[in-house]
Design a protein around this ligand. Sequence first.
Ligand code: BV8
Length: 245
Amino acid sequence: MAGKHESRMETAKLASWMKQSKYTVVLTGAGMSTESGIPDFRSENGWWRRIDPRSVATKEVLYADYTLFHEFYSMRIRGLTCCKPHKGYYILAQWEKNNIINSIATQNVDRFHQIAGNHKVYELHGCIRTIRCDSCGTAHAMGDFLDGSGCTGCGGRLRPDVVLFGEALPRDTWEKAMTDIERAELVIVIGTSLQVYPVNQLPFMTRGRIAYINNEIGGDSHQFDLFIKGKAGDILCKLDEIITS
Ligand code: BV8
């Protein structure tokens, strides 16, 4: 794996690409939030290691085992209350403000990008902070979900506005993210194993370069023009130092 020195070279190279690029899009996954204390899904202490994704985040479980579904999402929602965006998130917000990046497409549902100040954020897998009735779609307060209430209108099951396995991604959001990525000169992929379809196809739709910042290389690194092994927060700080120096 790249040693310290190589990572520094790669980081300098990415910084130069960012300076040249007129249209840069960032794609983030759960690895962007682990430094904020939120477990990711598939690395050592990720959620899914202990709970198989397809056994919980699905429509089937929502109807076949609401207790499990409710327990899993309540735990994740409560886990959010003591976490906040780390420095890397604020760097991305500063980069949007300074037109260094154009937009962020994220698989994350914690809304940390918006909390840190980014405005053009495509939530490809929805948001865990808002609740709706799965039958009639009526929005409900978080408290209604956490205390296990049913829909006040139709008695249906309440659920977070996340995209469950087997559900389609929000069409408009997907289209916008795809259009941005297609026209991008540079796509920076941060903290994702790229194992979930169809988001794992997104980076490769670009006409531009693809840089991958991750703790580990999941697939083969040849798919990317540049791979920087490291923690999202650290690498974003180093990139920002170079760009703003
Ligand atoms: C759809 C819900 C069609 C919200 C999530 C068989 C083969 C191929 C595909 C399929 C298949 N069977 C089914 C499918 C399709 C399925 C899929 O892809 N399954 C996978 C698991 C095989 N996809 C779907 O069902 C999608 N819908 O296809 O619909 C359709 C079309 C029309 C009409 C109807 C249907 C829906 C996918 C969305 C599922 N929802 N979550 C929630 O509970 O959160 S997915 C879940 O995984 C999260 O959203 C998460 O974001 C996402 C992706 O995971 P990552 O973000 O990549 O996280 P992961 O832990 O995997 O990786 C983190 C990485 O970061 C690691 O590499 C780690 O090393 C690194 N890291 C950690 N810390 C750091 C770090 N790197 C840097 N710094 C750090 N500090």
